[in-house]
Ligand binder design. Structure first.
Ligand SMILES: [Fe+2]
Length: 276
């Protein structure tokens, strides 16, 4: 019922209908698989927003997402991801491009993000994941020692980010912290494995380090972590509900498909704890 999708990241879950009650034994098993595989792909689900909300709460409490302009009116804890939104200047907004981990500018960033495919393009639009535990383990020992004590400054949008986020309303902005510090190496609270905790969209610098040195180090770590051997690339199928672990993965969307076709997914996040 639970089948790995790559040697290190991702597992497919079949034979579970998330519209039906899930007993404790199965819930415990699914959570263990989530911690082991970092990405769970539930196939063949067709969930309404309310059903999706109930299903993800098997794994934790809902984390309030930042930009309320994307909230579903009928179920505001769920936001939508769509290729049919535009920046104020008329440029198309492709959410999630460029490797990142979600909402790391929160003091307690979400442990998991869940997407449920509602409408997909005929091809393309894959989500790529890289395993930051594997990437950490693959670093030279000297680099691991060097980054272990470092803390990074996370903000809503780093001035170094290549990707432009959608502007926040004043109310939403007021609810987002100005800057938080997180360790560059964090220990997963459930598996106790260490991983590199990077976020090129939101990291503004490293405490006590010159900007030039910090950017060079961050760049070196990102280049290392995004090598193909650490990647699982998810090709979406109709009915997929994908839940991933933000504590030990980076992910990115691909805007490589026909933009005349609609790509629309529900997104919901689960509360996590402060990285340590
Ligand atoms: Fe994301």
């Amino acid at each position: 019922m639970i089948t790995p999708l790559s040697p290190h990241t991702g597992a497919e879950v079949r034979g579970v209908d998330l519209t039906q009650p899930i007993d404790t034994a199965l819930r415990v098993r699914l959570n263990a698989a989530f911690v082991d595989h970092s990405v769970l792909v539930f196939r063949d689900q067709r969930l309404s927003p309310q059903q999706l909300l109930a299903a993800v709460q098997l794994f934790g409490d809902v984390f309030p997402q930042h930009n309320t302009r994307f909230a579903l009116p009928e179920c505001p804890q769920i936001h939508y991801i769509s290729n049919q939104d535009f920046h104020a200047n008329g440029e198309r907004y492709i959410p999630g491009e460029g490797y990142h981990t979600d909402h790391s500018n929160a003091v307690e960033p979400p442990k998991a993000t869940v997407l449920h495919a509602v409408q997909l393009p005929d091809r393309g639009g894959d989500t790529q994941f890289v395993n930051m535990q594997r990437a950490y383990a693959g670093l030279p020992e000297a680099t691991r020692d060097r980054i272990e004590p470092l803390r990074a400054v996370h903000v809503y949008q780093s001035r170094h980010s290549e990707r432009k986020l959608m502007a926040l309303s004043d109310t939403a902005r007021a609810a987002v912290p100005d800057a938080v510090l997180h360790p560059l190496v964090r220990t997963h609270p459930e598996s106790r494995r260490k991983s590199i905790y990077l976020n090129p969209i939101r990291i503004e610098g490293i405490v006590g380090m010159e900007e030039r040195d910090a950017l060079a180090l961050l760049d070196e770590l990102l280049t290392h972590a995004t090598q193909p051997q650490y990647e699982y690339r998810h090709q979406w199928r109709e009915g997929d509900m994908v839940m991933w672990d933000n504590r030990c993965l980076l992910h990115k969307a691909n805007g490589d498909y026909d933009m005349a076709q609609v790509r629309y997914l529900y997104r919901i996040m689960l509360k996590g704890d402060a990285p340590k």
